[in-house]
Write a protein that binds this ligand. Structure first.
Ligand SMILES: [Zn+2]
Length: 228
């Protein structure tokens, strides 16, 4: 049972108890006839009723607050995020509808995590040998170094080019989106908690939600380096 349900249940019971007993006594005085001589029942019942009405108001308020919070999280239709792994940043988009994930997609584009420029494929032939390996059959051998290279000449960032990296990024993005959307409201990385962290009056965008998530989880793969 989560905290919200527990508070709602307790205040509901308090309400029933506080309003119910004085009301019963009002309708059927003999119920408490034996006690009227020893206790100031009129006084007690009046105050019980007042607290009961307060508790009722509290219960209603709590319930309505819960409703409006759910509505907040359900109104989010998109979360945009970045996954950074092995020197490459990837941009992912998750589409949501009424608080559930409809689709997640990671763009097939290797983004430079330092300057946000899409990187390009390069291959370099490197002489191999010297390091204990004998050239076979007298020919000099070379190895090909496959890289993703940032075309921005002021940046010069490179990353090793291996297959399967996009799939990895996709899996990681799906995992993090799942954590945000499907975790219980009490977790500090749940969608509702992230929305609560975004300042009042600030525009809620898919990127802002992810920025808050990146701050909360402190995971080096959860990046914001694909955003401009
Ligand atoms: Zn760059």
């Amino acid at each position: 049972m989560n905290r919200t349900t527990l508070i709602a249940l307790l205040s509901f019971l308090a309400t029933v108890f506080l309003i119910g007993i004085p009301t019963a006594a009002g309708f059927y005085p003999p119920l408490f006839a034996g006690l009227t001589e020893t206790l100031p029942l009129d006084f007690i019942f009046t105050w019980m009723l007042r607290f009961g009405i307060l508790a009722l108001g509290f219960t209603l308020g709590w319930y309505l607050r819960g409703e409006s919070e759910t509505a907040d999280a359900e109104r989010v239709s998109e979360i945009e995020g970045c996954i950074e792994k092995d020197d490459i940043a990837w941009k992912g988009t998750a589409t949501l509808s009424r608080g559930s994930i409809v689709d997640t997609d990671v763009e097939y584009k290797q983004i430079c995590p330092k300057c946000q420029t899409p990187m390009k494929k390069e291959s370099y032939e490197m002489p191999s040998g010297g390091r204990g390996r004998k050239p076979s059959y007298g020919r000099s051998t070379t190895t090909t170094r496959r890289v993703w290279e940032c075309p921005n000449s002021e940046c010069g960032h490179t990353a090793k080019r291996d297959s399967g990296k996009h799939d990895e990024a996709e899996n990681l993005f799906e995992r993090h989106i799942g954590r945000i959307v499907e975790s219980s409201e009490d977790e500090e990385y749940s969608l509702q908690s992230l929305l609560d962290r975004i300042g009042e009056g600030e525009e809620v965008t898919g990127q802002r939600i992810w920025e808050e998530y990146a701050e909360v989880v402190d995971d080096e793969q959860v990046s914001t380096n694909c955003f401009h």
